[in-house]
Design a protein around this ligand. Structure first.
Ligand code: GLY
Ligand code: MN
Ligand code: MN
Length: 434
């Protein structure tokens, strides 16, 4: 299961269709990052670069030029180097970039500066990510052009953010992308199920992380899509807790937010369950509110609905729950309007999901929350977090953090929960764990 060369070509074509004549798209690949001394972090390609090329090596650039309605796709890549390849592995080289990745022309990376005047020739529109890193790398090539204006050399005066075109494309997933997201979701679900099963016999948060990692890898997902969060007890109230180094205490809940990355596509699931497999009365009360909120939010998902409508649905259920449990006092509408509910629910209810876990694509268009469309994928992840230090909260609720997160595909007539096979009903979790 993988994206075909023809789909990468279609994406480049679709991108260039949106740009005026005399445009040049420039985009660098990701670079290798040092972990310590000369040891590197595992390489992960830049998602935009991957989306357009399917090329999985560091230290590359793509340049796509549109002139007189013809499109020319160039890749600059690491040179073939038999000596280096003995140490660090296979490189496609320029010839491979043409033969395997369908570049019209390809060069060694060292040729970038020399090839730029030709690429810039006649170009009026430069389309690139407007990040400091990319702008700094492009500036010397522009300067090189500017120094020669008296000789009639020109440089592109109109600069455009690449994301406004490319990220709109990434937002609507194609069938092959949906297949990969489905696979990432399935692997992630199985890993959560395994973590629940194993938990009653485990002692440390990192042992749960190990169960996740093992399940991801043995299913072909070579990496988590983001650092796994395994927070037991009060650690669940730290939203991005990744230390995962505390003891699992009987009687506590544990919150796991973890997803597999499969062929660069992300899963993103959160489940919260009792360390020893049985919810207490207070845990049950709080959990049921989050679960009801999550289902109310998912019910909202269908084409044409505003992409924040489901957030409001969750907030209403959660805030009513806060009133019912004595966490907040006041009227439902008043507590929502004043944002008082944020004391216990401080994050949004979802985000786009795709090549990046927090995927690309605008949420607002012309100042309005955009309507949902088939092919969009969003998470739905309400939670309630009551810190152990919260003197205002009923004592039985202090130190409880609960989040429930699924990955939802918008379909033509509604939605499909890609992570539906991961249990979230109290009875199903207790049965699985016992
Ligand atoms: N795991 C990050 C998130 O759920 O947004
Ligand atoms: Mn998550
Ligand atoms: Mn998420």
């Amino acid at each position: 299961m993988q994206i075909q060369t023809s789909e990468f070509r279609d994406r480049r074509w679709q991108l260039m269709q949106q740009l005026p004549d005399n445009s040049l798209v420039l985009l660098p690949a990701a670079q290798e990052l040092i972990r310590n001394n000369d040891a590197e972090y595992p390489f992960r390609q830049n998602s935009d670069f991957w989306y357009l090329t399917g090329f999985n090596e560091p230290d590359a650039w793509l340049a796509i030029k549109k002139q007189q309605q013809a499109v020319q796709y160039s890749l600059f890549v690491r040179s073939k180097d038999p000596q280096m390849e003995i140490w660090t592995g296979y490189r496609a080289g320029p010839q491979g970039a043409i033969e395997q990745f369908a570049a019209d022309q390809a060069f060694e990376l060292s040729q970038l500066q020399a090839q730029m005047p030709g690429l810039f020739s006649g170009v009026e529109h430069l389309v690139l990510p407007m990040t400091a890193e990319v702008l700094n790398r492009v500036q010397p090539w522009i300067t090189q052009q500017q120094k020669q204006v008296r000789r009639g050399v020109s440089w592109p005066m109109q600069w455009h953010e690449l994301g406004q075109f490319l990220h709109e494309m990434r937002l609507i997933k194609s069938e092959p992308e949906i297949a990969l997201l489905r696979k990432a979701a399935e692997i992630s679900s199985q890993a959560h199920i395994q973590a629940m099963r194993a938990c009653p016999q485990l002692e440390w948060e990192y042992q749960l992380e190990a169960e996740l990692q093992y399940q991801f890898m043995r299913s072909g997902a070579r990496s988590p899509a983001y650092n796994s969060i395994v927070g037991s007890g009060n650690n669940a109230c730290v939203l991005h807790y990744i230390e995962n180094n505390q003891a699992l205490k009987p009687g506590d809940l544990v919150l796991i937010d973890a997803g597999a990355e499969y062929q660069n596509y992300a899963g993103d699931i959160t489940r919260t369950f009792p360390v020893r497999g049985k919810f207490s009365a207070a845990q049950r009360d709080l959990y049921q509110i989050v679960l009801t909120a999550q289902k109310a939010a998912i019910d909202q998902l269908q084409p044409g609905k505003g992409c924040k409508d489901f957030d409001q649905a969750a907030v209403r259920v959660l805030t009513q729950g806060m009133i019912d449990l004595g966490l907040l006092k006041g009227s439902l509408d008043g507590l929502i309007e004043s944002l008082a509910y944020k004391r216990y629910y401080m994050h949004g209810t979802g985000h786009w999901l795709g090549l990046d876990v927090h995927d690309m694509g605008a949420y607002k268009v012309k100042g309005e929350w955009r309507p949902l469309q088939p092919g969009m994928v969003t998470t739905v992840e309400p939670g309630l977090y009551i810190s152990a230090q919260d003197q205002q909260a009923p004592e039985a609720l202090r130190g409880l953090g609960i989040r429930i997160e699924d990955d939802i595909l918008i379909t033509e007539h509604g939605h499909e929960n890609l992570t539906a096979c991961c249990p979230k009903e109290i009875a199903d979790i207790e049965q699985l764990m016992n």
